[in-house]
Design a protein around this ligand. Structure first.
Ligand SMILES: Nc1ncnc2c1ncn2[C@@H]1O[C@H](COP(=O)(O)OP(=O)(O)OP(=O)(O)O)[C@@H](O)[C@H]1O
Length: 234
């Protein structure tokens, strides 16, 4: 059984059908990437999993049906969503942002432990623990957004375009960290426009086009595919 299974998932914004029946799996321990152009439905797929849009079809997580479940409960079930555009709290410090991420953790000691664990991935955040989130660079804010998601010790991490708007050298750092998270056991569903780098760290990938999956395969297969190269890796 996969950790996450979507079966014929349709998603609507009002009467607009943004996903036309998506079927995909994410197994425990994998990095799976969703690639596709602007408006293909990548973000909507993540929002569907988190109960942030109206959906039809089955979404099973760890054997439980979670379609249309409230985002709050989905988070408590162990699914962390890092949305596009790194929505950190700009006026709060790094430490306060991380504490907000651990809001559901009752023990202060555990919050501290988790913060220290997050700092092992992001030593730069530790150096800036009292700096206001909004004054940090784009890359640091992305790191903070991911670190904040780690505070609830998720089993599944949904990352929406973590490379967006970042300089190439920072993108490489972020991708290295994503890979390290996975090496230490985190299952990751990664949405990316940067298909080339995403496929380099992923095990498998799905290609979305106007709300439909048009191709799926191992990352190696997709990287070698001539059509994909032309459309997404140019
Ligand atoms: N709040 C909304 N209201 C109406 N339509 C929406 C809304 N959000 C997204 N859509 C539409 O749903 C479709 C899928 O959008 P989505 O954001 O999932 O694409 P995406 O693949 O993540 O693209 P991008 O990389 O540009 O974010 C698009 O046609 C978009 O216009």
């Amino acid at each position: 059984m996969s950790l996450l299974e979507l079966r014929n998932v349709q998603a609507y914004y009002g009467t607009i059908l943004a996903l036309k029946g998506i079927t995909l799996d994410v197994d425990q321990g994998e990095i799976v990437t969703l690639i596709g152009s602007n408006g293909a439905g990548k973000s909507t797929t993540l929002k569907s999993i988190c109960g942030q849009v109206k959906t039809m079809g089955e979404i099973q997580y760890s054997g439980k049906e979670i379609a249309m479940q409230s985002p709050h409960l989905t988070a408590l079930d162990g699914i962390a969503h890092v949305p596009e555009g790194r929505r950190i709290f700009p006026r709060l410090t790094v430490k306060e942002n991380l504490e907000m991420g651990g809001f559901s953790v009752k023990s202060k000691k555990m919050v501290k432990e988790r913060m220290e664990e997050a700092f092992t991935y992001f030593p730069r955040l530790k150096e800036r623990v009292n700096q206001a989130g909004g004054t940090m660079s784009g890359g640091e804010q992305q790191m903070l957004a991911i670190a904040r998601a780690l505070m609830m010790k998720p089993r599944l991490l949904l990352l929406d375009e973590p490379s967006m708007g970042l300089a190439p050298v920072i993108v490489t750092q972020i991708f290295d960290i994503i890979q390290e998270l996975n090496n230490r056991g985190m299952t990751i569903l990664l949405v990316e426009q940067n298909a080339y780098q995403a496929l380099h760290i992923a095990h498998r990938g799905y290609v979305l086009q106007t709300g439909e999956i048009v191709r799926e395969g191992s990352a190696t297969e997709l990287l070698a595919d001539a059509q994909i190269k032309e459309a997404y890796l140019a």
